[in-house]
Design a protein around this ligand. Structure first.
Ligand SMILES: [Zn+2]
Length: 480
C-alpha cells in the first residue's frame, strides 16, 4: 500500500507577517492583490494536516527574520511565538545572519524546530555551526531533511553577517550526508532544504545523485510546476509568504511513485487562524501610527519585479542623489520588498523598500573602478557557471547607462558605458552616492563618508518635495 505525504514550503517570507500587496502578471500588465500573512499560512498548514492525517512536512527556506520594520527592530524576536505555533519541521538561513552569527545561533535555539545547514562552519574549529540534518518519520515513511544555508553571506554581504564563520556551497559535503542517512539511518527519502538559489540548486541536483525532493529558495521563483532534474523534484514558491508550495507524494516501499503539486496563492479566501492573527496584531499594533503615516503619492506602481532595473529602486536612487548632490547613485539589487501600488506611500512602504535604513554614503570613484565594479556585478548575477552567481538582481544604478551582452564571458560583458550624456572616462574621478557596502563594495572608491542622513529620511524628503512621484524606467542597464 502506498503512503501519501505532503511537503509544504514557504521561502523568503522576509518578515511579512500580515496581509500585504503582491504583484501578479497578467497579459503583459502588472496587477496587485493583498495576500499572505502568517495567520492565513497557519490555517492552510492546518487544513492540509487535517486532510492528510498529519502526514505533512512543513519547511521554511529562510530569509525569515528580516525585511519589515517590527521584525528588523526586534532582530526577529517578535516572530518567535508565532513561528513556534505554526508547526515547522526545519528551516535554513540567509538574511537571518544580519544580526550576526551569534545572534542567529541563540535565536535558532528559541525555536521548536532546528535550523539546518551542512555548509556553515566556525572559522577557528571548522566545526558545523548548526545541525546538518534531521530525520523525520510520517505515516511509515522515514525522511532525511538536509539543510543548505545561503553561501554568499560571507562573500558579498556586510562583514558583520559572518563574523567568525564561513560558508561553502555544500555541494562537496552533500553526498556524504546522503550516504550517511541512507546507509546508516535507513531513510526512505532525501529532502534537501536549500537557500542557494534556483540556478545553483538545479546544478546541484544534476551533480549530486540521490536527492528525491529539493525545496528551493532565495531567488523568488514562482514555480507553478515543479522542475524534474536527475530524478529530483524541485519546488520554489515565490516570496513574502504570498504563496505556499504544496507537493503531495505517493510513496511506495521507499520510492516516489507519483506526485501532485500546487503553488497556492494565500489570498483573502483563506480564513486566518484566530490565535495567530491575534499574536500578529499584538506585534503590529504599537507601530501602526508611525508606519501608517502617509508621506506622499506615487503615480506608478513600485515593485522589485525585474532583474535589470525597477521603479522602486529608481525612487530610492533619486532620493540618494537628492540627499547627497552626487552625480550618480548605487544600491544593491535586493529582491525583497512588497510592492507599492499607485496611490498613497506610507512610512511602512519606505521601511519595506529599505528595512535596514542605512546612512546615505558618498565616495569618489574613478571611471575604471565603475567599469570594473559593474563587470563584477554582472558576473555575479549572470555567471555562466551558476555556482559563481552571487545575486541579487543587477546592482541598481542612477546617472549612468550600461549597455552589455548577457551571453558574453564573465568579465567581458560591458560594451558601452555612459555617465550622464558623456562616455565614461576611465581616468576621471566621479562623485557617487550609495547605500551599504552592497551598493559600492569597500574595495572601490576613496574618501568614503556616511552623510548625516539615513535612507528613510532621504526618501521622505524626496517624496514630500516631489509628490506625486513618477519614477520611470530610465534604461540604466540595457542588455543588447
Ligand atoms: Zn536570500
Amino acid at each position: 500500500m502506498s503512503d501519501r505525504l505532503s511537503i509544504l514550503q514557504i521561502n523568503d517570507s522576509h518578515g511579512y507577517l500580515d496581509l500585504h500587496d503582491e504583484y501578479f502578471w497578467k497579459n503583459g500588465k502588472q496587477t496587485y492583490r493583498e495576500v499572505g500573512g502568517y495567520a492565513r499560512i497557519t490555517s492552510y498548514f492546518n487544513e492540509v494536516r487535517d486532510e492528510n492525517s498529519d502526514a505533512v512536512i512543513v519547511l521554511d527556506n529562510g530569509d525569515t527574520i528580516h525585511g519589515t520594520y517590527p521584525v528588523v527592530k526586534s532582530e526577529g524576536e517578535v516572530l518567535i511565538p508565532i513561528l513556534n505555533r505554526m508547526g515547522f519541521d526545519a528551516w535554513t538561513a540567509h538574511w537571518d545572519f544580519a544580526y550576526g552569527p551569534d545572534h542567529l545561533v541563540k535565536f535558532a535555539e528559541k525555536l521548536n524546530y532546528p535550523l539546518l545547514a551542512i555548509n556553515c562552519y566556525y572559522e577557528d574549529s571548522e566545526e558545523l555551526v548548526f545541525d546538518p540534518y534531521k530525520i523525520v518519520k510520517r505515516d511509515g515513511v522515514k525522511m532525511g531533511l538536509i539543510g543548505i544555508a545561503n553561501t554568499i553571506v560571507d562573500k558579498t554581504m556586510p562583514d558583520r553577517f559572518s563574523e567568525g564563520i564561513y560558508l561553502t556551497l555544500g555541494n562537496e559535503e552533500l553526498p556524504k550526508y546522503i550516504e550517511e542517512l541512507r546507509v546508516e539511518n535507513n531513510v526512505d527519502l532525501i529532502v534537501v532544504l536549500s537557500h542557494l538559489g534556483y540556478p545553483q540548486e538545479v546544478k546541484l541536483a544534476k551533480q549530486v545523485d540521490g536527492i528525491d525532493v529539493l525545496v528551493s529558495g532565495h531567488t523568488h521563483n514562482r514555480l507553478y510546476e515543479p522542475s524534474e532534474v536527475n530524478d529530483t523534484i524541485i519546488i520554489q514558491s515565490g516570496c513574502h509568504g504570498s504563496f505556499i508550495g504544496r507537493l503531495d507524494l505517493d510513496v511506495d516501499q521507499g520510492k516516489i511513485r507519483g506526485y501532485n503539486h500546487e503553488l497556492v496563492e494565500i489570498d483573502e479566501s483563506v480564513t486566518p487562524d484566530r490565535e495567530v492573527q491575534k499574536m500578529v496584531n499584538e506585534v503590529l499594533e504599537p507601530h501602526e501610527d508611525m508606519l501608517g503615516e502617509v508621506v506622499g503619492e506615487t503615480k506608478l506602481g513600485l515593485a522589485r519585479d525585474k532583474v535589470m532595473e525597477t521603479r522602486m529602486d529608481n525612487l530610492l536612487l533619486k532620493a540618494l542623489i537628492d540627499a547627497s548632490g552626487a552625480e550618480m547613485a548605487f544600491s544593491n539589487g535586493w529582491r525583497y520588498g512588497s510592492p507599492v501600488p499607485p496611490g498613497k506611500i506610507t512610512v511602512r512602504d519606505l521601511w519595506n523598500i529599505i528595512p535596514t535604513n542605512p546612512p546615505v554614503s558618498v565616495c569618489e570613484i574613478t571611471g575604471r573602478e565603475l567599469w570594473n565594479m559593474m563587470e563584477e556585478n554582472l558576473g555575479n548575477t549572470f555567471a555562466r557557471d551558476p555556482y559563481n552567481q552571487m545575486g541579487g538582481y543587477v546592482k541598481r544604478c542612477y546617472g549612468v547607462n550600461v549597455y552589455f551582452k548577457i551571453e558574453n564571458a564573465d568579465g567581458l560583458r560591458i560594451q558601452e558605458f555612459f555617465v550622464g550624456d558623456e562616455r565614461l572616462d576611465k581616468d576621471k574621478t566621479y562623485k557617487a552616492s550609495f547605500v551599504t557596502t552592497q551598493g559600492i563594495p569597500a574595495r572601490y572608491g576613496k574618501n568614503r563618508k556616511d552623510l548625516n542622513i539615513n535612507a528613510i529620511k532621504a526618501l521622505k524628503g524626496y517624496i514630500s518635495k516631489n509628490s506625486p512621484v513618477k519614477p520611470e524606467i530610465e534604461g540604466t542597464i540595457i542588455p543588447i
